[in-house]
Write a protein that binds this ligand. Structure first.
Ligand code: MN
Length: 739
């Protein structure tokens, strides 16, 4: 079967199809609407002019057909019809989204761009994902429901014209349709489209089953019509007596649903008893359609015995999709069970057209005020449908639509997360353990840091390491409550563990110093180190932030009275060399510091002079071996110093256990409220700085005073002075020699 036609014939056919499109739109089109559709049509014809469908036909047949489904079956207006005509233009031709916006405005451009994105999505996404989740996903990517509606129309036409496709593609597209698009159409209340999508889906996935059922339905059509006639005849008089204008027709179950029933109930075609239903569509005689419907119910049940357990009142409580009708099952002619659906003309139209009809009736002119209302209502319906996973619903309710993203797990499950969530948030959303052991993630196959901000549609794969532990910086880039609490709990537990170790360490150290660890000593230490609780204290000994040096400083301070007395003695007798001598000999040199800042750097001892601890030394920066330390009287010293002076680094041995030194700062400035508090806060928050003494007084709006502190090195002191200068009110900070 090959396609042949002259260009002339084709152009005639295109014009004919276009005319046909405008003829039966569900909504009335204004002149302006028609102009818009015409412009879109002309552009689509031109853009696709070089393109042909698989069947050989001009490509433009497809957009016209999709637009027709949109206009006739779904009942959408001019904007959607135009967008449907243009739906493949950006995808298949040189036109861009920007062109669409320039030529047709923002709305149409957005819809076309949404449709283009879905086509891209389709190509690289794995369809093992659940249909439900995919639908959700579609919705988050496109805030305009019209995108989804046009997409369904697009899919329907592709299914209708799939014969020209290779078989393996047919099966793939048909499965996808059954999996995603048919349920989606159902959810949107587009029952006719859903039925057609399902039947076509079956036609390509199980061709034999499909044609078998189809032929059986055809065989029984005549018999079925006889049955309906006999049913109608029985009721006719009674209905006419009540002045009803009505239409009774048979409604065959779809091929797909017959197949479903056969499978589910393990029965043959002949055993499916409700292969068709009888539908009574009436013009209301009273103002109350519901009352009329029940009146017809009572007439039907006067003649045919109902099964009370199979009564469905969708009028009192319409389905979420807006469907209204009264369904009963009765023992009909020939003693056969038959379903009877009672609907007013309005209800029938809603059942056929979905919400488009619903809103037309509710609000008069759907185009004036109803369309937006309908689309919003659609969104709501989609959002509020009960989803299987309970927590998914919970998340959904908590997060507003636009504030939410959807990402995929490696298995294709969908996770909803608030906008701005990081890869680490995702890890915690999978499982607490996954979060705690998370060390990185792959997003769409690429390695990203934990802090990576996820986007809707991302495929996320968490990488864990058994030894991995959470740290406090994680709190900077998680935004979900779940992740925050889990991290905090874990950090606290870790802190407790470290504190427990620290407590043992401290007890041992105090024992060495012949001090018993008791509550009084602990409290003294907490105060001395400016901490809040004993846990803080133990924690610091656990991490090593506090160790022998600080502990000794504390003990020293504890015996302050004695020490200061001893020191004052030393000062008064500076000439007594013996004491000075003694102090120097007890100093143990165990660490080298370099440069003005007295930094500890990596070094090696040179072989030429082999200096030992306490020797007067200097560092020499070598090309390949880092810093080498030489004695100042090394035989090579002179040549090194004269030729490479710039590579010489001052070096000095220190006693690392006494590496901190005391400094006194003179601070003055404006006497602002809380200034002392702020000063002490800045100082005590600086790592490893300890306050020994504060003596500050305010007078007539100015303050002046001295603070004595311990610091580890000069760099730290410089840093500290800088932060003190930043305290509000401080004008002057300098290092002085005496208190
Ligand atoms: Mn298309």
């Amino acid at each position: 079967m090959s396609y042949t036609a002259t260009i002339e014939d084709e152009n005639k056919e295109i014009a004919k199809r276009y005319k046909d499109l405008l003829k039966g739109t569900y909504q009335d089109l204004s002149l302006k609407d028609k102009k818009l559709i015409r412009t879109a049509f002309d552009l689509a014809v031109e853009a696709h002019s070089e393109q042909r469908r698989k069947s050989g036909e001009p490509y433009i047949y497809h957009p016209i057909a999709v637009a027709k489904i949109v206009a006739y079956e779904i009942g959408l207006g001019a904007t959607s019809i135009a967008a449907a005509l243009l739906h493949d233009v950006v995808e298949d031709t040189d036109y861009t989204t920007e062109d669409m916006e320039r030529l047709f405005g923002e709305n149409i451009a957005r819809i076309v761009s949404g449709l283009t994105k879905i086509s891209h999505l389709k190509k690289d996404k794995d369809f093992s994902i659940q249909a439900e989740n995919f639908r959700k996903m579609l919705l988050t990517l496109h805030d305009d429901v019209r995108v989804i509606l046009i997409k369904i129309a697009d899919r329907l036409h592709n299914m209708q014209t799939m014969d020209a496709m290779p078989a393996h593609k047919q099966v793939k597209i048909a499965s996808e349709t059954l999996y995603i698009y048919a349920p989606l159409a159902h959810r949107l209340g587009l029952y006719n489209l859903k039925t057609e999508l399902e039947d076509l889906g079956l036609k390509y996935t199980e061709p034999e089953v499909y044609s078998d059922i189809l032929s059986k339905i055809k065989e029984s059509t005549e018999e079925q019509q006889k049955y309906i006639d006999s049913f109608a005849k029985t009721l006719d008089n009674a209905l006419k007596t009540e002045a009803f204008e009505y239409d009774i027709k048979g409604r065959s179950k779809s091929i797909f649903s017959i197949r479903k029933k056969m499978r589910k109930q393990h029965v043959s075609y002949d055993e499916v008893y409700d292969k068709f239903a009888i539908r009574i569509v009436f013009k209301p005689v009273s103002k109350d359609e519901k009352f009329d419907a029940w009146k017809i119910y009572s007439i039907v049940t006067d003649f045919f015995k109902p099964n009370p357990s199979r009564l469905r009142d969708w009028i009192s409580q319409p389905k979420s999709t807006g469907y209204e009708a009264l369904h009963i099952t009765v023992i009909g002619p020939q003693n056969k069970w038959v379903e009877v659906q009672i609907r007013s003309e309005r209800m029938d139209e809603i059942a056929e057209k979905g919400y488009a009809a619903h809103f037309k009736y509710k609000q008069g002119n759907i185009k004036e005020n109803g369309l937006d209302g309908w689309l919003n209502k659609l969104r709501e319906t989609l959002e509020n449908q009960s989803i299987n996973a309970v927590d998914f619903v919970e998340d959904f309710k908590l997060n507003l639509y636009s504030k939410e993203i959807f990402v995929f797990t490696p298995k294709g499950d969908l996770k909803s997360l608030p906008k701005g969530a990081s890869a680490l948030d995702f890890a915690f959303s999978i499982h607490t353990d996954v979060g705690l052991k998370c060390r990185g993630a792959k997003v769409n196959g690429k390695l990203v840091p934990l802090s990576y901000i996820l986007k809707s549609g991302d495929h996320v794969e968490v990488q864990t390491a058994a030894m991995n532990k959470p740290n406090i910086r994680w709190l900077d880039f998680v935004i979900t409550a779940r992740a925050r609490t889990r991290i905090k709990t874990a950090l606290k537990e870790k802190e407790k563990e470290i504190a427990a170790e620290g407590k043992a360490v401290l007890a041992r150290k105090l024992r060495h110093l012949k001090i018993t660890m008791n509550e009084r000593v602990i409290n003294e230490m907490v105060t001395y180190f400016s901490l809040k609780t004993s846990l803080d204290l133990f924690y610091r000994f656990g991490t090593g932030a506090l160790d022998n040096t600080q502990l000794k400083a504390f003990v020293t301070q504890k015996n302050n009275a004695f020490i200061s007395f001893f020191k004052s003695k030393l000062k008064r007798n500076p000439t007594k060399g013996t004491i000075v001598e003694k102090e120097e000999t007890t100093t143990k040199y165990d660490a080298l510091v370099f440069g003005k800042e007295e930094e500890q750097l990596d070094y090696t001892i040179s072989k030429c002079c082999s200096p030992i601890q306490g020797d007067r030394v200097f560092g020499f920066i070598t090309i390949n071996e880092g810093i080498k330390v030489h004695k100042k009287d090394c035989p090579n010293a002179i040549s090194m110093q004269s030729n490479y002076a710039y590579r010489i680094l001052a070096a000095k041995w220190i006693d690392s256990s006494k590496e901190e030194f005391k400094a006194i700062l003179h601070i003055s400035g404006e006497d602002k409220k809380g200034i002392i508090n702020n000063l002490t806060k800045v100082i005590s928050n600086t790592m490893d700085v300890h306050i020994h003494n504060i003596n500050i007084s305010g007078n007539e709006g100015v303050f002046d005073g001295k603070i004595s502190i311990s610091v580890q090195n000069k760099t730290q002191l410089t840093k500290l002075i800088k932060s003190i200068q930043k305290v509000d009110g401080v004008q002057n900070v300098k290092r002085v020699n005496t208190l």
